[in-house]
Structure formats: structure tokens, C-alpha cells
Write a protein that binds this ligand. Structure first.
Ligand SMILES: *[C@@H]1O[C@H](CO)[C@@H](O)[C@H](O)[C@H]1NC(C)=O
Ligand SMILES: *[C@@H]1O[C@H](CO)[C@@H](O)[C@H](O)[C@H]1NC(C)=O
Length: 484
């Protein structure tokens, strides 16, 4: 028996299905670090509460009281008919929102009131008939609801009410018209019937108001198109984390080639947002996100540019021709006299973006290939230079986009191949620096200024936005406004 048990255990351990399952799990577990972290603070929740209360108030105004309008037998009078006209007013003067670590949020509404206006009519043995109107006030209404926040199947946040309670402290009713001895007989009955009918309807309506949020949350741009090359994915990589002070969403924050989701040979490093509370919302975007963009654009061949003479300002004495370059490479004037030139500047590997406190640096390795343009438009290669360059980037938020601008830090060249014999590469330094500064970098900045979409929901506007660059990520702190 022992042997058989041991044998079974061994089989289980060695079973290829389990090994495969385990192996299959590894990349999933390793790949869950988010590229972007979004934090909703208590300040943000309070703003959300204002919007939520307005929505709930609207919902409660739709309370229908058909269930209890109609005919009731009230002893000893007989049939009382009452019909409700309308909800006159719903007031939700006090509310608070709080966080429930591990679950979501609680919303509590206190001292709320509902005023109704209705009509009543009494018939008794065809002898007594009376009618009038009444005003009903529901006071001291308390509603408390717990809302869970999860990730739906598509990586968007979804909310659901997990519990709701409503209670009414008092109901007061005031009759107009009719004989008081008569309606005093059924006051108690109407009060009781209404109290329970209202109490029953409040929670379903509030729960409805909560689920009404979901279509809105579904507008999270989980796949935001950037341009013809790239899109950025903002789906949640795990369920939201609710702590005592915030709700944190972990988003993928990765650029992909449009239609082709190839993973780069690097993955996000875990980072956590600093404990800041002044703004409603904080977004941390990691260097991984920026590097995934560099990977996509480099792979798409988008990081290459032909520089022609017309791109150099007229005012510059530097012209892209064999005469200018001939001053440094004398053999050019002999081999290719009087020809215009063209330079192809491109990356040869994915540029590396580094975030350090107050400093974003992009290091790029590339080549500069120089051509002479023959009269018949054929390009004759002259030489290829290897280029190492580093630029500093300033980042800024514009509308719902993150934009940037770079300036040249340093560059260095070495000769890769020459088709025109030996020459001193160093002598070209000034010319190439001008080409980078007046053509390549401005072109790049035009692209960077267009910006990259930030995660957003609905018609969201950012106000009081600040951006700081920290180690390995940059942090945007902002307030938001929703316009409908
Ligand atoms: C950022 O750091 C790089 C290298 O560490 C340095 O060359 C560059 O000057 C710095 N940029 C700024 C704006 O401080
Ligand atoms: C263009 O001109 C160059 C130089 O004169 C010559 O070598 C090349 O064969 C010509 N190409 C074509 C396509 O005519």
C-alpha cells in the first residue's frame, strides 16, 4: 500500500501536464508588473461622490408609487383610495464616501428627505364620500451602500453594489381638504404603507445608479491609437487595489505596433507611487512605457529621416553639397564635383529612455549615411558614420496627452565605411551637429509635440496638473473635471 501511495505521489509530481501548467504560469506571473499606475485619492473620491450624489438624486426622483396607489380596506371606514401625484423634492444634504480596503468604497447618505404630493378619496357604504390632497414628508432617510471595484473581462474597471441598506426615521403627512375626523382614521395606515413601499424602492434605485457607472467606466481607452505606427494598451493587468487611502489601478501601459503585439525584449520593473494626496488623481508612467514606444517606432522603421538641402534654413551657410563637405573631405570635390547631397539618419537599435529625478535622457545609436545625388537622381553612397547620441527630454501634459521636446546633450561619430577613401571624421563634427540641431531634432520634436494619449475615461479634463520625473518613472498629479 505504501509503495502504491509513493508511486502515485511520484506520478503526480512528474506528470507532464503539471509541469507544462507550471511552465505556462511563469511568464504570466512575471509579466504582471504594470507599466502605468493610476491612483485615485480621497480627494478624487470626494469629487466622484458629488457626481454620484447628483445621479442618485436624479434616480430617486423617479420613484414610482403605483404599488400603493389604489384601493385599500381600512377598518372601520371601508375603502380608501389614494393616488400619488408626484415626488416634489429629493434632498441629499449629507453624504460621505470612504474606502473599504480590499473591496471598494462605501457611500453613506444621511438626513435625506423626500417630499411627495398626492390625492386621497374615501367612499363608505355609498353614504360617506370625501376627498382632498396631502403632502407627505419622508425625513431622516439614511442610505448606505458598499460598492466593489473589480476588473471586467476586458481589463476595464467595473463596479457593483455588494450591499445596500435604507432606513427612514419618520414619515409625516399633512392632509388638505376633507373632514379631519375621517382622515385621522387612516393616517396611520397610509404612513405605514408608504414607509415600507419607499424603503423597498430606495436600494434598487441606488444600486441602479451604481451600475449606471459601468458604461462610463467602459470608455477607458484600453487600446488607444497613437498614430499610423503605434497604439498604447491601458488595460488593467490585475484587479484594482483598494487601501485605506486610495484606489490603485495597475495598467499595462505598453506601446504596440498597430495590429501586431510583439513583446519587447524587456519588461516593466515594479514601482510604487509616493504617498501624495493633494491631487485627485496620480498617474505614474514608467520608463518601460517610454521604452516600449522606442521599441515600436524603431521596429517600424519610423526612426529614420532623409535630410535634404531644402530642410536646412536658407540663412545657413551650410549647404548639403559636395562643395561644403569637400572642405573637409577634399577627394569629394574631385570625385563628385558640384553635386547636391542627401543624408540618411537612422537608428540601428532601439533607443534607451532613462528616467532619473528631474532628468529624462534618451540614448540612441544610429548611422548617418551620406550620398551624392547624381544628375539622373541616382544616389552614390559616400560614407557611413556610426552615431552615438544622447538627448534630454522635457515632458509636459497637454489636454489628455503626454507630449515632449528634446534637446541635444552630446553626440559622437566614428567612421563606419568610406567609399571615398580616408578622412578625418572629427572635422565633420560641426556640420553634423548643425544637421541634428536644425533638422533632425526639430522634426522629432514635431512628432513628440503631438503627444501620446494618457489613460482616460469619458470626457475627462485635467486641471491643476503637474509632472515630475522620478527614478524609473514620471508622476503626473492632477485634478479632473468631467463634462457631459
Ligand atoms: C541628464 O543626465 C544626463 C546623463 O546622466 C546628462 O548628460 C544631462 O545633462 C542631464 N540633463 C539635464 C537636463 O540635467
Ligand atoms: C546615373 O548616373 C551615374 C553617374 O553618371 C551612372 O553611373 C549611373 O549608371 C546612372 N544611372 C542611371 C539609372 O542612368
Amino acid at each position: 500500500v505504501l509503495f502504491s501511495v509513493l508511486w502515485d505521489l511520484t506520478t503526480v509530481k512528474m506528470s507532464p501536464c503539471c509541469w507544462l501548467a507550471l511552465v505556462a504560469l511563469i511568464p504570466v506571473t512575471l509579466g504582471t508588473n504594470p507599466g502605468v499606475e493610476v491612483r485615485l485619492t480621497q480627494t478624487g473620491l470626494d469629487y466622484g461622490r458629488q457626481l454620484g450624489i447628483a445621479a442618485i438624486q436624479q434616480k430617486l426622483k423617479s420613484i414610482k408609487i403605483p404599488d400603493i396607489s389604489g384601493t385599500q380596506h381600512v377598518s372601520p371606514i371601508g375603502k380608501v383610495q389614494y393616488t400619488f401625484m408626484q415626488i416634489v423634492k429629493v434632498g441629499l444634504p449629507q453624504s460621505a464616501v470612504g474606502l473599504v480596503p480590499g473591496t471598494g468604497i462605501t457611500l453613506s447618505i444621511n438626513n435625506a428627505f423626500i417630499s411627495l404630493h398626492g390625492n386621497w378619496r374615501v367612499k363608505y357604504l355609498k353614504i360617506i364620500k370625501d376627498s382632498g390632497s396631502f403632502d407627505l414628508n419622508v425625513n431622516g432617510l439614511t442610505i448606505s451602500i458598499t460598492i466593489a471595484i473589480k476588473s471586467d473581462g476586458t481589463g476595464r474597471p467595473a463596479v457593483s453594489a455588494v450591499s445596500c441598506g435604507a432606513s427612514i426615521a419618520s414619515v409625516s403627512i399633512k392632509f388638505h381638504g376633507g373632514a379631519s375626523w375621517l382622515y385621522n382614521l387612516f393616517t396611520k395606515f397610509i404612513e405605514k404603507a408608504l414607509r415600507s413601499a419607499l424603503q423597498k424602492q430606495i436600494c434598487p434605485l441606488v444600486v441602479d445608479a451604481v451600475s449606471d457607472l459601468n458604461p462610463y467606466l467602459k470608455t477607458l481607452n484600453v487600446e488607444a491609437q497613437v498614430d499610423k505606427y503605434a497604439e498604447i494598451e491601458y488595460s488593467m493587468v490585475s484587479s484594482p487595489t483598494v487601501s485605506k487611502s486610495s484606489i490603485d489601478l495597475s495598467l499595462k501601459g505598453e506601446f504596440y505596433s498597430i495590429g501586431k503585439h510583439q513583446e519587447p525584449p524587456f519588461s516593466p520593473i515594479a514601482f510604487s507611487l509616493p504617498p501624495q494626496v493633494n491631487n485627485m488623481l496620480y498617474m505614474g508612467m514608467s520608463a518601460f512605457t517610454a521604452n516600449s514606444a522606442a521599441f515600436v517606432y524603431d521596429k517600424a522603421g519610423a526612426l529614420s529621416l532623409y535630410v535634404t538641402d531644402d530642410m536646412i534654413p536658407q540663412s545657413s551657410p551650410l549647404r548639403l553639397n559636395t562643395k561644403t563637405f569637400g572642405a573637409f573631405i577634399p577627394q569629394l570635390t574631385k570625385l563628385f564635383p558640384g553635386l547636391m547631397m542627401k543624408l540618411l539618419v537612422k537608428t540601428v537599435k532601439t533607443p534607451i529612455v532613462t528616467f532619473k529625478p528631474n532628468n529624462v535622457t534618451i540614448q540612441a545609436t544610429g548611422t548617418v549615411t551620406a550620398y551624392a545625388i547624381q544628375p539622373n537622381a541616382t544616389l552614390s553612397p559616400l560614407f557611413v558614420l556610426n552615431l552615438e547620441t544622447s538627448v534630454s527630454a522635457q515632458l509636459f501634459v497637454s489636454e489628455m496627452r503626454l507630449a515632449g521636446a528634446v534637446t541635444l546633450n552630446k553626440m559622437s561619430f566614428t567612421l563606419g565605411t568610406s567609399y571615398v577613401g580616408q578622412f578625418q571624421v572629427g572635422t565633420l563634427d560641426n556640420i553634423l551637429q548643425i544637421v541634428l540641431k536644425v533638422v533632425v531634432i526639430p522634426k522629432l520634436n514635431v512628432q513628440l509635440a503631438k503627444g501620446y494619449p494618457l489613460p482616460s475615461i469619458g470626457k475627462m479634463k485635467l486641471v491643476k496638473t503637474q509632472l515630475q520625473v522620478l527614478k524609473d518613472y514620471m508622476l503626473i498629479g492632477t485634478d479632473v473635471q468631467f463634462t457631459s
